[in-house]
Design a protein around this ligand. Sequence first.
Ligand SMILES: [Zn+2]
Length: 434
Amino acid sequence: MARSASETASLAPEILAKYEPVIGLEVHVQLLTKTKIFCGCSTRFGDPPNTNVCPVCLGLPGTLPVLNKRAVEMAMRASLALNCKVHERSRFARKNYFYPDLPKGYQISQYELPLATGGWLDIEVGGATKRIGITRLHLEEDAAKNLHEGFSQSASKAYIDYNRCGTPLAEIVSEPDIRSSEEAYAYLTALRQIMLYTGVSDVNMEEGSLRCDANVSVRPRGSDKFGTKVEVKNLNSFRFLQKALEYEIERHIGVLESGGRLTQETRLWHQAEGRTVGMRSKEKAHDYRYFPEPDLLPVHVSSAWREEVRRSLPELPEAKRSRFVASYGITPYDAEVLTASKALADYFESVVKSGAPGKAAANWMQTELLRRLNDSGKEIDASPVSAKSLAELVTLVESEQPCSSPAAPPPILLPRKASALKSAIPPSSRPHAM
Ligand SMILES: [Zn+2]
């Protein structure tokens, strides 16, 4: 599709400011089950193509799906962590379309009765908290994967790996409450963190276990009507999401300002070209001919089961940050860094519980420990310094008078008892101020 001048021209800030972007995100999260959603095949990533398949996930005639209870439980964990109402009754539906990666000719998804609805997620942007509504979370099966490169006849043929077919997914649909690419980035970051904390998914974008599509429109500031919506796909990194949204917002405003009209369509983000391109028009929207899946019973979630899952949820990142600030005297910034992952937050708490003062522990971790781990490419669970050792060191340093040496800027304070520091830190990770 040829680019019009209005699509590429850089618009003046006062023109951009006349419009308000309206964004909603649809996020697919692969659930961390050992087996697929309707059969016993493994969901392991990276196995040789077409080795984790059976008649059920290949859609052979006469086979019947059996629902994986663990997948429902994981989706419930995600729903509850996102403040959704998990419904007592939900139902699977057939979404009919033809594509080579879909051997049955339909995808088993949920449609008019999803597992959960009506949640929210709080995000932080520019120092302010904003609540983004979550419309629904439903369960569905993934399709297979088309491979277009790396095989002898790739130039003329497409290859299909059915290993991914039938992998359980939770689709999380947000309300159109997002107003900028920064908010979209913050939403996806917060969502990813919650999925990791709850153990629902490894949300690895490179392996496809977190995928995101965006619905974008713009409207004159102050208007409460929605503009023409465009769906942007292929946003397989946080950076692509942000760039694609920025491009698309500017494109919409450019078209409207030049007196043009937008069409409802699906577009793809082309990273190499730094722009979106039209994929298919929504005027001929797919008719998926949804109907209730006759081979599966409706899903019944008893209140006892739901509450059992709710009780098993860990403390979530936001609650942990507030508690760290209130209990350990650290700043909201410290708390944000130290709760980036659950393992990091657990390590920090162990340091404090082993007797180190909160603020000093936070400083040592952020400056010395995380920098050294980062330099050596290690995660916190591979730290050569145990939480207990770091606590001893921090406590020792805090209780000693620091030697004031201009060559040793804080926070590398030199304790008088160097032997204690030596025993606290293994040789490989000793600060060079020694
Ligand atoms: Zn199978």
